[in-house]
Design a binder for this molecule. Structure first.
Ligand SMILES: *Cc1c(COP(=O)(O)O)cnc(C)c1O
Length: 377
């Protein structure tokens, strides 16, 4: 029995994968983006289910995650989307891990490692087509192609870019501009005699709404977990009749560890920030900001107990918080509390929690403390 934990709905995850696979162009492979501990869901649990569900590849941010995936799934394509420090590039090469690159130094260091091992390093050249994040500018392409031609042990295995404005707008002009730049770079790469196998730019929103962008690999993150990239993407998907039903995979639970009746006028928690307006039953829950329950949820969030909505009272502490359970008819020690997910007719969504704290659903789930147990149900 756990005090605070995360439940992963295996059936929902498989259904999401099946729905998303159904949208992919015939040439496109499915890269499950499992960075940030699989968006807070649990890297191990999610990747094992996803591998059985038929994903072809895994995308991560950190080399350590990639090395674990390589061991667990020897035949899967494992792609590091983030930066690897140069003194660890030999581990990339030794593991046959694919790496997104956007620095000449990285390509030269990969060459040294691969040559010493008499093997091949697999690099995916990232193009900054308008995100101003990781990636080379299109005008730098010829310099980078020279790096590749002078690095015979480094294969230009992929070409990638990332959209800056695809989930927050229905105006597709900037995304179209980025895609056109990407296509130009791709043509120039091919004209120079390279033929990268993996062409990828689509995240969830592009994978669902813009099939033209699929290339040979789609990097699907948030929708795998049954969450929408934004309300706008969900609405647009419905409006265009795209058959993509998604179901949230994660439920976050805890338990009541103390119940007390307090009179009107009692201040609750640190800073005495909330005063009881009436006599109330207050329960203590062993969840705090260390667990990833943001302190910004103080006095605004609701949780579910026995199918009732209960308000968070006063400030969230490091490892505990208080809730008002006055409206719950029967309440007992160690009774379940749903922090995120469904209970009876009610649901607390990641989107609702994001609205309470002024962030996005991505941040709500990715920040759930990775040390909490993940149970597959
Ligand atoms: C996180 C990430 C994705 C996945 O985006 P979603 O919106 O979660 O599908 C795709 N590509 C890159 C480069 C990323 O960093």
């Amino acid at each position: 029995m756990h005090r605070t934990w995360v439940e992963i709905d295996e059936r929902a995850l498989i259904n999401n994968i099946t729905a998303l696979r159904g949208l992919l162009s015939p040439d496109a492979r499915f890269c499950a983006t499992v960075k940030a501990n699989a968006y807070g869901h649990g890297l191990r649990e999610i990747s094992r289910i996803a591998a059985r569900g038929g994903v072809d590849a895994f995308g991560v941010d950190s080399l350590d995650d990639a090395l674990w995936l390589r061991q667990e799934f020897p035949s899967a394509l494992v792609l590091v989307l983030g930066y690897v420090v140069r003194d660890r590039l030999d581990e990339v090469v030794a593991g046959g891990i694919h790496l997104v690159v956007s620095e000449s130094e990285t390509i030269r260091a990969l060459e040294l490692c691969a040559a010493a091992r008499a093997t091949t390093a697999y690099a995916h050249l990232k193009i900054d087509t308008g995100t101003a994040r990781q990636g080379i500018l299109p005008e730098q392409l010829s310099d980078f192609l020279s790096d590749f031609s002078s690095s015979p042990h480094v294969s230009l295995a992929g070409l990638a870019t990332h959209f800056a404005n695809i989930e927050d707008t229905t105006d597709t002009r900037f995304a179209n501009l980025q895609f056109a730049r990407f296509q130009e770079v791709r043509a120039a790469v091919q004209a120079a005699g390279y033929n990268p196998e993996w062409i990828h730019c689509a995240c969830s929103a592009a994978a669902i709404l813009y099939p033209d962008t699929h290339g040979t690999l789609v990097r699907i993150g948030i929708s795998l977990y049954g969450l929408w990239s934004s309300d706008l993407v969900e609405v647009t998907t419905r409006k265009h009749g795209v058959p993509c039903a998604l179901e949230p995979v994660l439920t976050w639970k805890s338990r009541i560890i103390q119940i007390k009746s307090l009179p009107a006028g009692t201040p609750i928690g640190y800073g005495l920030t909330e005063i009881l307006k009436r006599a109330s039953r207050i329960a203590v829950v062993p969840v705090g900001y260390w667990d990833g329950y943001d302190r910004g949820l103080s006095s605004v969030a609701e949780v579910l107990v026995g199918g009732h909505r209960c308000k968070v009272m006063g400030r969230i502490c490091m490892n505990m918080m208080m809730i008002d359970v006055s409206a719950v008819p029967t309440i007992s020690l160690e009774q379940e509390v749903v922090l995120l997910g469904r209970s009876g007719r009610h649901q607390v969504t990641a989107e609702q929690m994001a609205a309470w704290t002024g962030t996005i659903n991505y941040e709500i789930v990715t920040r759930i403390n990775p040390t909490l147990p993940r149970l597959v149900v």
